[in-house]
Design a protein around this ligand. Structure first.
Ligand SMILES: Cc1ncc(COP(=O)(O)O)c(C=O)c1O
Length: 394
């Protein structure tokens, strides 16, 4: 039986794989080795030629990393997966492998800050022309396509505005022009959204977040068609070096075992928090894909099984009230990142998106008073009580 014959729950719980052959260990062994012994020169040549033949050097392939790649690929319904040292390493490797000077790329205007930097600033420095626009305007995306468009990149729900993009529509535009579509599925995870089933070619993850789940290891991943992924391994990973630590891959495999139950719990808590905030007189607006008031609620319902653990809200009273709120929380933590057991709050305009030009930031919905909240696994009533006491001070 193949790993692909099982449900997502079983693939995640069992890490998708057979028992390790050598000692029949139930857990995936952590192969902390840089290199591998060859039987003879010919085998060395074969293994160094392609990771398909065998392991040569861990920058290119490693058994623990490969198990994580396989499990993530199976969960996303992809042919092949590769873990990276961080999510940003996965994105930059994807872009630098697939694009060259003279190519054109289209990227949504609301992405994680380092993603925005790669597509707005880094790629144009190397002669790649990039169009950054609002993917909620599907006609604009279609019009932006050029004969040299090679990659269409987006995330949904978007960080940090929670904009939801119709995945199938963007994938169709990419297919019709022969470009690769790539989507960051960090916020939703494969237990909520399956972009490949909706037509996307390559899925990216910051495994640092929900997949790790405990805030103690950085990682990234790309999954997609074997042809593209092999190129990414043999060209981008090998020569740019954003390889995952095998120890971190072990932690990600461990995180996968509880991913579904954590996503269920986080989605339920975030829904309760969003409803509380939406009724609060000191809150201007709340953006959560599970609220009927969310501008893309209908799209969210179509492509998300649950609505995830992230939401944003704006406190009445602008930056001053926002700062008071952030400085008044007691149980929730004032920290970046997301997908951990702790509830985390942060202020994108001053903390994570300060280097996106103010005009571009505001045009993409990141206003000065916007607060991003990543709910955690604490008691939902206690999270709400903490927000309540902090809002009373605003
Ligand atoms: C949606 C999203 N994509 C990518 C990244 C980058 O991942 P990493 O921090 O693992 O490099 C982040 C980090 O916050 C993120 O939120």
């Amino acid at each position: 039986m193949s790993i692909y014959d099982f449900s997502s729950e079983t693939i995640a719980a069992r890490n998708g794989t057979e028992v390790d052959n050598a000692y029949k260990s139930m857990g995936i062994p952590i192969y902390m080795t840089n290199n591998y012994l060859f039987d003879d020169v010919q085998q060395g040549a074969d293994f160094c030629y392609s990771a398909d033949n065998g392991h040569c050097y861990t920058r290119i392939s490693n058994p623990t990393n490969d198990e994580l790649g396989k499990a993530l690929a199976a969960l996303e319904g992809a042919e092949y997966g590769i873990p990276f040292s961080t999510g940003v390493a996965a994105i930059s490797t994807l872009a630098l492998t697939l694009l060259k000077a003279g190519d054109h790329v289209i990227c949504d205007d609301t992405t994680y800050s380092a993603t925005a930097y790669i597509f707005r600033t880094l790629l144009p420095k190397f002669g790649v022309e990039s169009a950054i626009l609002n993917f909620a305007d599907y006609d604009a995306v279609e019009k932006a396509v050029k004969p040299n468009t090679k990659l269409i990149y987006f995330e949904t729900p978007c960080n940090p505005t929670m904009k939801v993009i119709d995945i199938a529509r963007i994938a169709r535009i990419a297919k019709s022009c022969g470009a690769v579509s790539a989507m960051d599925n960090t916020f939703a995870t494969p237990f909520i959204t399956k972009p490949i089933e909706l037509g996307v070619d390559v899925v990216m993850h910051s495994t640092t977040k929900f997949i790790c789940g405990h805030g103690d290891a950085m990682g990234g991943a790309l999954v997609g068609p074997k042809k593209i992924m092999e190129l990414i391994r043999e060209d981008g990973l090998k020569n740019l070096g954003g390889t995952a630590s095998p120890f971190n891959s072990f932690l990600m495999l461990r995180g996968l075992k509880t991913l579904e139950i954590r996503m269920d719990r986080l989605s339920a808590t975030a829904g309760q928090v969003a409803e509380f905030l939406e009724k609060h007189p000191k809150v201007e607006r709340v953006l959560y894909p599970g609220l009927p008031s969310h501008p893309q609620y209908e799209i969210a319902k179509k492509q998300m099984k649950k609505f995830g653990g992230l939401l944003t809200f704006e406190v009445k009273g602008g930056v001053k009230a926002g700062v008071t709120l952030m400085n008044s929380i007691r149980l929730c933590a004032l920290a970046v990142s997301l997908g951990e057991a702790n509830t985390l709050l942060q202020h994108p305009a001053s903390m994570t998106h300060w280097y996106v030009p103010k005009e571009a930031r505001e045009a993409s919905g990141i206003t000065d008073g916007l607060v991003r909240m990543a709910v955690g696994l604490e008691n939902p009533g206690e999270i709400i009580a903490d927000l309540k006491q902090a809002l009373e001070k605003c």
